[in-house]
Ligand binder design. Sequence first.
Ligand SMILES: Cc1cc2nc3c(=O)[nH]c(=O)nc-3n(C[C@H](O)[C@H](O)[C@H](O)COP(=O)(O)O)c2cc1C
Length: 212
Amino acid sequence: MTAIPVDSTRLAMPIGEAMFTQRSIRRFRPDPIPPADLRLCLEAAVRAPNGGNRQIARFLVLTDHAVIREFGALYREAWWAKRRDERGWTRPEDIPPEEKTYRAAAGLADEMKDAPCIVLALAEPPGWANSVIPAAQNLMLAARALGIGSVPTTLHPTVMDRVHALLGIPGDVTFHFCIPLGYPRGSFGPTRRRPTAETTFVNRWGTPPPWA
Ligand SMILES: Cc1cc2nc3c(=O)[nH]c(=O)nc-3n(C[C@H](O)[C@H](O)[C@H](O)COP(=O)(O)O)c2cc1C
């Protein structure tokens, strides 16, 4: 059987536009993502660099609403377990109003169960994260170019056995990211980052770059 060719020309958005407007999207419309678009995101993902070209990254794409609902409950539990460990927060009222990212992330923890699609980025042994992270970013940039929003998220050890059991993931396969995908409620837009003059050194730690 011959595979259907990949039409990478559909990812025609200038790379600068994709990278500079790829803010986290945590609220999604319910519309499903066409399978051809999902495939294009995955084709972009697997073209990323990876250690020794061993291609250990694996992707589990959830589109079945019943499965997403069950996974969403575990995601929510995991999100709150992380907050309890990190900050001692156990309920929405514990999140200070100025913690806007956490408040938005708490909203996603509630809404993950309704995401139209979730991609889990995983790895076969030896499970290296650094062979999966470039692929995850390629996937999210391709999604951005297709008008699909995303955000990389993680889980918590307390739910991992149940996630593996729910989705039939072998025990030796390592989880790295849970990436919801969907058309945004709200808009893409710029991100706020520290100036590179503060985060970049040249030749020796502490030496500022010429544009500082
Ligand atoms: C390793 C990692 C873990 C993250 N975990 C979460 C998460 O659990 N929930 C969430 O909503 N966003 C998560 N994010 C997204 C970050 O909050 C987001 O990238 C950061 O706040 C910058 O947001 P912006 O790109 O929209 O400016 C994670 C990002 C990374 C790289």
